[in-house]
Design a binder for this molecule. Structure first.
Ligand code: 13P
Ligand code: SF4
Length: 368
């Protein structure tokens, strides 16, 4: 059914003015035992040591570019061992990060679940700030680093904890579900979190007639189309997925009617209406592994198409993809710096973290 209502900052005259605390704060510079910068020269030893890693990405990284990346990849992997660190990378990270330095890769749900199992004392989050905050919430005693704390998200920046309190005043007793693409401050105000992998399941788990679902209006519309629960939405959107149009997908189909199109549920409804399959980044990857289409249009962030092609070169990717500027802030150079200097450390006020953690854990503990 259509969403039952949609609200945004302009709908609350009593909304506190000021900055959106959902924007990532610059983490304090942590004074730690800094290590010297290793040599980043391209030598025969580096070529030999990184050859197995190049095998993983040879279909998406031209040989001429490898000597520019390999020394940093080798240095990062050595430093990881020296520091006792683990690297978590989202599916939107560039292939040289996702396939060559990450220990664990996945969608937001997989990364949150894996974060609960980490043994290492240091987590380097290659993704955006809310993902690093989620890892910190689940690992309060560990050091969680993000190589560039400016890596934000238009969804997380669209809503504050105060906005959630105003929504609760307007709809007393209606439970609130927050997409994990929110700040810890917002997570602290809601009943439970969800990701695009489990949004419908989370909404239905509450047993309520109506649910406030925030902040992504398009994910909310998608969820509303899959459930009888009345969905009250927030006017947030992903700046990457909202740019796709149904028209551009129809053009691809006209050019080749056999093409398969798969899309992320953060896309507008006219885009999803044209897709053969809709799912989270992990569900999209599993769909490609399972179906092995000859020609594929992946309606999501560009690096994911590269990461899938590195694994399945026989799938021809047509690429009307969009880059996420926030995800692209993470680079080999700043991952290396992060491991050398132990910056930038993610910190969350402990009292707020207790409440935010409850919302994330409630989601993780939901039975499938
Ligand atoms: P997933 O949970 O599907 O990985 O999505 C996260 C995200 O930020 C998509 O834009
Ligand atoms: Fe946020 Fe969109 Fe980037 Fe995902 S792709 S991190 S939702 S801005």
């Amino acid at each position: 059914m259509p969403i039952a209502g949609i609200y945004g900052p302009d709908d609350f005259t009593n909304r506190p003015q000021g900055h959106l605390t959902a924007s990532p704060r610059a983490a304090p510079a942590r004074k730690g035992p800094e290590l010297p910068t290793p040599s980043l020269a391209w030598t025969p030893e580096v070529a030999r040591a990184t050859a197995p890693l190049y095998e993983r990405v040879k279909h998406v990284i031209p040989p001429i570019e490898w000597p520019l990346m390999a020394p940093a990849i080798l240095a990062i992997n050595e430093l990881k061992r020296a520091r006792g660190a683990v690297i978590l990378a989202h599916n939107y990270q560039a292939p040289e990060i996702f396939h060559c330095v990450a220990d664990i890769g996945g969608d937001s749900l997989q990364l949150a679940v894996e974060a609960t199992k980490v043994q290492a004392g240091i987590i380097v989050q290659c993704g955006v700030h809310f993902m690093a905050e989620t890892s910190k919430l689940l690992n309060p005693d560990k050091t969680v680093l993000i190589p560039d704390s400016r890596a934000g998200c238009s969804l997380a920046a669209s809503i504050t904890g105060a906005d959630v309190r105003l929504l609760r005043e307007k709809f007393p007793g209606v439970p609130v579900v927050a997409y994990v693409n929110t700040s810890a401050e917002v997570k602290a105000e809601v009943d439970i979190c969800c990701t695009s992998s489990n949004a419908v399941q989370v909404v239905e788990s509450l047993g309520a007639e109506s649910v406030i679902f925030l902040p992504d209006r398009y994910l909310a519309t998608y969820v509303a189309s899959k459930t009888d629960v009345k969905i009250i939405a927030w006017k947030g959107a992903c700046e990457v997925h909202e740019r796709f149009t149904g028209e551009e997908l129809r053009e691809f189909r006209k050019a080749d009617p056999s093409v398969q199109i798969i899309a992320h549920p953060e896309c507008p409804p006219d885009v999803l209406a044209e897709a053969d399959f809709t799912g989270s980044t992990a569900h999209m990857i599993n769909w490609v592994r399972d179906k092995r289409p000859r020609r594929l249009v992946m309606i999501t962030e560009c690096s994911m198409a590269d990461n899938v092609r590195a694994e399945l070169p026989e799938v021809e990717m047509l690429r009307p993809c969009n880059l996420c500027p926030h995800m692209k802030r993470i680079t080999l150079a700043n991952i290396l710096q992060s491991l050398l200097t132990l910056r930038e450390e993610v910190t969350i006020d402990p009292a707020l973290a207790v409440r935010a953690r409850r919302s994330v854990e409630r989601m993780i503990n939901l039975k499938n």
